[in-house]
Write a protein that binds this ligand. Sequence first.
Ligand SMILES: Nc1ncnc2c1ncn2[C@@H]1O[C@H](COP(=O)(O)OP(=O)(O)OP(=O)(O)O)[C@@H](O)[C@H]1O
Ligand SMILES: [Mg+2]
Length: 336
Amino acid sequence: MAPLLDIRNLTVEFDTPEGTVHAVNSLSYSVEAGETLGIVGESGSGKSVHILAMMGLLPMPPGRIVSGEAWFDGQNLMDMSDRELRAVRGGQIGMVFQDPMSSLNPVLTVGRQLREVLVRHTDLTGTKLRARMIELLEIVGIPHPEARLDQYPHEFSGGMRQRVMIAIGMACNPRLLVADEATTALDVTVQAQILDLVRQLKQDFGTTVLWITHDMGVVAELADTIQVMYGGRIMERGPVSPVFRTPHSAYTHGLLKSLPDEGARAQRRLYQINGSPPNMANPPKGDPFAPRNPYATERCLNEVPPLRDVGDVPGHKVAAWYDLPALLAQENEVAK
Ligand SMILES: Nc1ncnc2c1ncn2[C@@H]1O[C@H](COP(=O)(O)OP(=O)(O)OP(=O)(O)O)[C@@H](O)[C@H]1O
Ligand SMILES: [Mg+2]
């Protein structure tokens, strides 16, 4: 079966006073129907920009889609008109962003905002429409949904607002739910509740999920497949357990090493890898992580590695010239 989403060769740039920012570089990946893909990577790795480009939401200018296709359910989103894309967004593809641009409108009641999505994408009217609005708030675990419909976003807590966003994202039973940092601003308890909710929605409706986060812990809990991005490229990708157990990219290894323990997590301390992210207006010539990678070779500094199969686990791929498990094994030998 063809994948539900198939992104091919997507390249996105921004024209800035500092020069051309190479935000997304020949990005290709696919998501199977029913799969949950977790995308991680430090700030600026191109996670949001590639989604915005795909959904027709990239600010152009300064943004520019240099090349690429994004096949969704047999149609190339890149070829669609604004009108066609508007029909897909919120309809077949639900979106939950932390970004205020697409979050709730403060001057409209929550009911009104839910109604707008439903009216645009379904033919529900009257009591059926209202019943669906109430049902959606129930699905996302909002108590007293009838009364809540007439309230404004500021009358909801952060966690409840995020649930409303998910209700809107899920309103039209999308085939694909795209969430970008949807739980980042929430405390750990609320975050855990939202993740439970998404798991439930997947189970009940078979929704395919693309979940973008900074948090490896969230990926471990929610995703089937992890995709690690850096410098607008995929560094590593594969089924969650094998990638966590045996990372092949030094970047993934760094992210996992710096995974905070429960205490640090509660304080929301983020991971730390030595050095800073690349300046994408003047990106490294070779492997973008090479300047920060203690295992980098001459070749890493000069040549971009292709994404290759790791070998033993189907679907586990890495973009690296070096053999990380072998290097780590050597280190262990020396340490003995
Ligand atoms: N409007 C813009 N103008 C210029 N550069 C931009 C713009 N939006 C994004 N970029 C650049 O594109 C690159 C990718 O940014 P993107 O927002 O996709 O990162 P991200 O992985 O989503 O990071 P974060 O984890 O912080 O959300 C960065 O170098 C960023 O500075
Ligand atoms: Mg982002």
